[in-house]
Ligand binder design. Structure first.
Ligand code: PLP
Length: 379
């Protein structure tokens, strides 16, 4: 089955009760049993729920995995992966991590005795310097947030495999439409389905996909034991959103290309970050591991003035000033005061999150309106 067909049908069966074409919302906590243990596979909705299961199968299908798991948020999904670890274990991850992931690693799991090495992975060989016998997990984001760095997943997976280390990839920015990390050698794919997978800025939900049965069993155990599951309504919304992922992504990428090229020639703009630009540091890797370059474009202004950047985001009219990304509507984010406010200034500047950095989640509106809006706001 080709991806554009899988997005509609992948992992999906018609409802067993009444042949409903769309997976119904099973808004129930429990299920009747004819005799103790006499049930149809569902006993209690923390452990399993038919709507959630339909979503989990869709996740697995889209990422070319075997097992999917859905959580109450992207961070709950990351949290479940970290619970595979024990005190004394070490994790190698990227320097320009999503702010919430950084906070979870450094403000929570470090206190539980897990050590994190946050390293630049533009050249994957850097990882080798940080591997110890205790290294159990490599956590990669690509493209990264908000600088859109590209990491070569296949090269990282070779290093991980050689040292028997699990490799997890946060595929939120790319989505399986653009990039399938399991095919590139990753063991775990993670999603904030809050973003492109649901696509309509109306739900918070996370997902994991793996191929290995033993790993799936361990993660399922954690999902059930810790209980950070998503509700059936939210699972339904993501299932609904998923079905248009391919058409939305196509337009996101097309509009983002127009925006990146516009900003790239603007006299007031200093840096433009979008993996599709020839000037991008790892453009050739993006070309080989992605089908297109995604809908997020970041930029900083000449003079790097904090207040000037704030003025730009305030002046935007089509772009809404808001956290998050990946919805049909265009959003703008001033990273230093919003998404990366929990990352200390020195740390944030080391990774290129300058005072004037603005991250655009380019929506699927008409691109001439989007460009006019930027033109008016930047001046
Ligand atoms: C939003 C996001 C997360 C966290 O997901 P939530 O659904 O907000 O918990 C993790 N990684 C990336 C790249 C994100 O954009």
């Amino acid at each position: 089955m080709k991806f554009n067909t899988k997005i509609i049908h992948g992992g999906q069966e018609h409802d067993l009760a009444y042949n409903a074409v769309v997976s119904p919302i099973y808004q129930t906590s429990t299920y009747s049993q004819s005799t103790p243990g006499g049930h149809k596979g569902y006993q209690y909705s923390r452990s399993a729920n038919p709507t959630r299961y339909a979503l989990e199968k869709a996740f697995a299908s889209l990422e070319n995995g075997k097992y999917g798991l859905a959580f109450s948020s992207g961070l709950a999904a990351i949290d479940a992966v970290l619970k595979l670890l024990k005190p004394g274990d070490e994790v190698i991850s990227t320097v320009d991590l999503y702010g919430g992931t950084y906070r979870l690693f450094t403000n929570i799991y470090e206190d539980f005795g897990i050590k994190f090495h946050l390293v630049g992975m533009k050249n994957p060989n850097t990882i080798k310097d940080f591997i110890t016998p205790n290294t159990k997990l490599i956590w990669v984001e690509t493209p990264t947030n908000p600088i859109l760095s590209i990491i070569d997943v296949m090269e990282v997976s070779k290093i991980a495999k050689a040292h028997h280390i699990l490799l997890a990839v946060d595929n939120t920015f790319a989505t399986p439409y653009l990039q399938q990390p399991l095919d590139l050698g990753a063991d775990i794919v993670m999603h904030s389905a809050t973003k492109y997978l649901s696509g309509h800025s109306d739900v918070v939900l996370g997902g994991l996909v793996v191929k290995d049965k033993d790993l799936a069993d361990r993660l399922y155990f954690i999902q059930n034991a810790s209980g950070a599951i998503c509700g059936p309504q939210d699972a339904f919304l993501v299932l609904r959103g998923l079905k248009t992922l391919h058409v939305r992504m196509q337009r996101h990428c097309e509009n983002a290309k127009t925006v990146a090229e516009y900003l790239n020639t603007h006299p007031k703009i200093e840096n433009v970050y979008w993996p599709g630009l020839k000037s991008h540091h790892n453009h050739h890797i993006a070309e080989s591991q992605m089908h297109d370059f995604g809908g997020v474009v970041s930029f900083s202004t000449k003079g790097n003035d904090y207040n000037a950047a704030v003025k730009i985001v305030e002046n935007l009219k089509i772009f809404t000033l808001a956290e998050s990304l990946g919805g049909v509507e265009s959003l703008a984010n001033h990273s230093a005061s919003m998404s990366h406010v929990s990352v200390p200034k020195v740390e944030r500047e080391k990774i290129g999150v300058l005072d004037s950095l603005i991250r655009l989640s380019v929506g699927i509106e008409d691109k001439t309106d989007i460009i006019t809006d930027l033109k008016n706001a930047i001046g």
